[in-house]
Design a protein around this ligand. Structure first.
Ligand code: ADP
Ligand code: MG
Length: 226
């Protein structure tokens, strides 16, 4: 009966997710439909304005679908041993321009790592992208993001410590909920996707936060030797 319960629970989550996706996609679609109609009778000046709004709506749909597609299994799931620090370095390089533009300095402390983790490289990369982006976005007037990587008994622990606005205690449990966002242009999908990926890797992801002080995200991943 426990298995049955779990299945029902999963169906419930799938239903919620489907409802969320439908809702989030329908909004920009409704807007697009409206503007297509308006386009027919609009003068040149209005047309240009509508055109830009429509582009934004299309981008929104693309962004939501892009985030969700990460969850779709890649053609060949290739779980292989990787050094998480190498992946981290790659992601930091990728996001460094964005960080600098926001006055954020990313500091990586990782001189003792000697564990590999068995992972789907692109998925773990995506998790790091999501977590680091959130940290940058949490520090609108800049700050330091300190990332520490160290070995543990059966794996690695990665800590992302930001000096951002923090998350209040009542909001903390909502992180990872599909479409939960506090950002004007957020999708609220990044952490839902990341939690799922870490779970599939038999890892653990935890949030600790203090309003006005900052947030620490810690990710534990089992080493590939297990
Ligand atoms: P999005 O970034 O699109 O809002 P996420 O799933 O990545 O969606 O994050 C959900 C919410 O969790 C964010 O809107 C924000 O309120 C909160 N959050 C996540 N990471 C942090 C962080 N490092 N500092 C402050 N708030 C955060
Ligand atoms: Mg995000």
């Amino acid at each position: 009966t426990e298995e049955l319960l779990r299945k029902t629970e999963k169906l419930h989550v799938a239903g919620q997710l489907a409802a969320g996706i439908a809702h989030e996609i329908r909004n920009p679609l409704t807007a697009l439909k409206g503007f297509v109609k308006l386009m027919c009778h609009a003068n040149e000046e209005s047309k240009l304005r509508y055109y830009h709004i429509m582009q934004e709506e299309f981008n929104r749909i693309e962004l939501i679908l892009g985030e969700l597609l990460i969850l779709a299994k890649p053609q060949a799931v290739a779980y292989m041993p990787h050094d998480p620090v190498t992946i981290l370095e790659e992601v930091i390089q990728l996001l460094n321009t964005e960080a600098i533009m926001n006055n954020v300095e990313i500091v990586l402390i990782a001189n003792t790592i000697h564990s590999f983790v068995n992972c789907e490289r692109n998925q773990i990369k995506q998790v790091f992208v999501n977590v680091i982006k959130n940290a940058i976005e949490a520090m609108p007037s800049g700050g330091i993001l300190t990332i520490t990587a160290y070995n543990q008994a059966n794996g690695v622990n990665l800590q992302f410590v930001d000096q951002g606005q923090g998350i209040s205690e009542d909001r903390l449990p909502r992180i990872g909920e599909p479409f939960y966002t506090t950002k004007e242009k957020g999708t609220g999908l990044g952490m839902m996707v990341s939690f799922t990926i870490i779970e599939e890797h038999h890892g653990v992801i935890r949030y600790q936060s203090k309003l006005g002080v900052g947030t620490t995200v810690s990710i534990q991943l089992p080493s590939s030797a297990q």
